[in-house]
Design a protein around this ligand. Structure first.
Ligand code: 5AD
Ligand code: FES
Length: 349
């Protein structure tokens, strides 16, 4: 039965394709509560009641790509496009440092305006000013040599979701200019160079089948990344997927818990998308095994322009300091934010 599959997953940290399929399709509400509890206990075993924070700086919403799900895709002519200067970005880091962030995540569309030289200078400036901080990049697919230059400039981590581990499904979400092979090659390059690497996918993306989620899990187990970013798919009204339905809270929590049991010490954020589909989504994510939150550090003036999906939270003026908001939220459920780089740690079990 399903309960014994959960026990087996916790013990072996893997299930077969068939077993994952059964777990995903047949888990009852009661068994899901049990699974989430085991995942939460696993996270506590590795991280205690500590939650790592990452300051997210969304520095450009220009993008040369045209992913069908994404609000800032090239074809969306209604987006007000912006770019932050190096000075703007350093100001975000200054604010962030005072707020206790020791990781800055530079995220943006694939924007040719920022040359490799520019990115390298930016990384060096941040690392020089804040040598005790980690720099995470989330700027898409680049050549091996570009990645290598970023790493040598001092970047520590790189987030690049694989989006789906199934080729056919990948092409249903992306235009022909993008391919799963290239995406996987990029992830392998990043790993080889020495980055702490984050992969991940959307739960409930259009055309996703249970089989695909199983493939995502097996892919993650094999890649064994340091970080896994997952959140529900949420339609954006100015994309080809405007009329598709949103991923569910239940399935997102289920996937978070499975990933925690499969990769016990992985860095696993409770994402903004999860907080967008339910007012307590991020808290429920933590109670399902997540151990990271990524408060927004972008200037409030640009936040509403970085809308990957509709109704994204933290885009209004009330969200100037997401850090304190999140602190209250995690404290309420018995957790603490920590001032720490929060690096991936190998562990005995
Ligand atoms: N809904 C949920 N997540 C999305 N992303 C992009 N568009 C959407 C959407 N409509 C996610 C992708 C990407 C990350 C930065 O945001 O998985 O990798
Ligand atoms: Fe941004 Fe609460 S975390 S407003």
């Amino acid at each position: 039965d399903v309960k014994s599959l959960i026990v087996k997953l916790e013990t072996n940290k893997i299930l077969s394709k068939e077993e994952f399929h059964t777990l995903l399709n047949h888990i009852s509400d009661e068994d899901l509560l049990y699974l989430r509890e085991r995942a939460c206990i696993t996270a506590r075993k590795h991280f205690g009641n500590k939650i790592y924070i990452r300051g997210l700086i969304e520095f450009t919403n220009h993008c040369k790509n045209d992913c069908y799900y994404c609000g800032i895709r090239r074809s969306n002519e209604n987006v007000h496009r912006y770019r932050l200067s190096e000075e703007d970005i350093l100001k975000c880091a200054d604010t962030g440092y005072l707020l206790g962030f020791r990781t800055f995540v530079l995220q943006g569309g694939e924007d040719g305006h920022y040359t490799d030289d520019y990115i390298v200078t930016l990384i060096k400036s941040i690392k020089e000013k804040y040598p005790d901080c980690a720099v995470t990049l989330s700027i898409g697919e680049k050549s091996y040599d570009s990645y290598k230059r970023y790493f040598e400039a001092g970047a520590d981590r790189y987030l690049l979701r694989h989006e789906t581990a199934n080729k056919e499904h990948y092409q249903k979400l992306h235009p022909p200019s993008l391919s799963l092979d290239k995406r996987i090659q990029s992830l392998l390059n990043l790993k080889k160079i020495g980055f702490q690497v984050g992969a991940g996918f959307m739960v409930g993306s259009p055309y996703q089948r249970t089989e695909n989620l199983v493939e995502d899990l097996l892919f993650l187990k094999e890649l064994s990344p340091h970080m896994v970013g997952i959140g529900p798919f949420i339609p954006h009204h100015q994309t080809p997927f405007a009329d598709k339905s949103q991923g569910s809270l239940r399935q997102t929590l289920l996937m978070l818990s499975i990933i925690r049991l499969m990769l016990p010490n992985v860095l696993l954020p409770a994402t903004t998308a999860l907080g967008t589909i339910h007012p307590d989504g991020r808290e429920m994510g933590i109670l399902s095994g997540a151990n990271v939150v990524m408060p927004n550090l972008s200037p409030t003036s640009v936040r509403k322009d970085y809308e990957l999906y509709d109704n994204k939270i933290c885009t209004g003026d009330e969200a100037a300091e997401c850090r304190y908001c999140l602190e209250r939220r995690v404290n309420r459920i018995g957790y603490q934010l920590v001032v720490d780089r929060g690096d991936y740690k190998l562990s005995g079990n």
